[in-house]
Design a protein around this ligand. Structure first.
Ligand code: HEC
Ligand code: HEC
Length: 173
């Protein structure tokens, strides 16, 4: 009986220690896959899998030969590994992460966007940014997350950690 109680206590406390069990996380889960970081982080920031739903990643990975006007094709083995990682970590698998949930919820069932920047949630969050701040050479494209989000690599996109080149910190008020 005593040992059973001890086990119950241990199980209980390990759940408390894992904040993801109780607490909501604000951003998206950071990238933790070597092949993905290397292969999908060579031309641009390695976007976290939690930024798009599974069907988007599947569609994107089906057409790497013609990837946003470039060829990003991979060896079949790497492709399989990376697709597997993306699917297992896509937005709908991370309901405790607020941004994954919001992005996923914003996409209609019939839509399969292959760009985070084409999702309704993303568009809404970025609509107030002046065009010239995006087109300036230090940013160049709204897809260049790390130009403005100083903690993007950690999966943290909050207002406090935004610094737009030649503009500075973002204040929504
Ligand atoms: C050869 C260079 C190259 C490689 C390798 C590459 N990409 Fe891209 N990717 C691009 C370009 C160019 C764009 C368009 C960016 C822009 O519009 O500024 C893009 C855009 C994207 C976008 C849309 C960004 C947005 O606006 O939301 C996603 C998602 C993406 N890539 C995922 C991947 C994944 C996953 C891999 C690995 C399988 C990969 N990319 C490998 C060149 C590359
Ligand atoms: C030109 C600068 C710029 C670029 C590039 C940019 N963002 Fe943003 N982002 C902002 C600003 C400004 C906001 C609005 C913050 C606010 O009002 O709370 C924002 C908001 C967000 C939010 C909502 C954060 C929150 O806590 O409300 C997310 C998520 C986000 N961006 C992700 C991305 C991703 C992913 C990329 C790349 C695909 C990207 N952003 C590219 C400037 C940028």
């Amino acid at each position: 009986m005593r040992s059973l109680m001890l086990i119950a206590l241990l199980v209980g406390s390990s759940l408390v220690a894992d904040s993801s069990f109780w607490g909501e996380k604000r951003g998206v889960a950071p990238v933790n896959n070597e092949a993905y970081s290397v292969e999908c982080g060579s031309c641009h920031f390695a976007y976290q899998p939690g930024l798009l739903p599974e069907r988007s990643w599947v569609k994107l990975m089906q057409n790497l030969e013609n990837h946003f006007d470039t060829d990003a094709s991979l060896e079949p083995e790497d492709k399989k590994k990376i697709l597997d990682y993306l699917v297992k970590n896509s937005a709908e698998k991370f309901t405790q992460y607020k941004r994954s949930r919001k992005i996923n919820k914003s996409i209609s069932r019939g839509e399969t966007p292959i760009a985070i920047s084409q999702t309704p949630y993303f568009i809404k969050e970025h609509r107030e940014i002046r065009r010239d701040l995006i087109t300036q050479k230090e940013v160049n494209s709204i897809s260049n997350c790390t130009a403005c989000h100083t903690t993007a690599h950690k999966g943290i996109y909050g207002e406090r950690d935004i610094n737009i080149p030649n503009y500075g910190r973002w204040d929504d008020d």
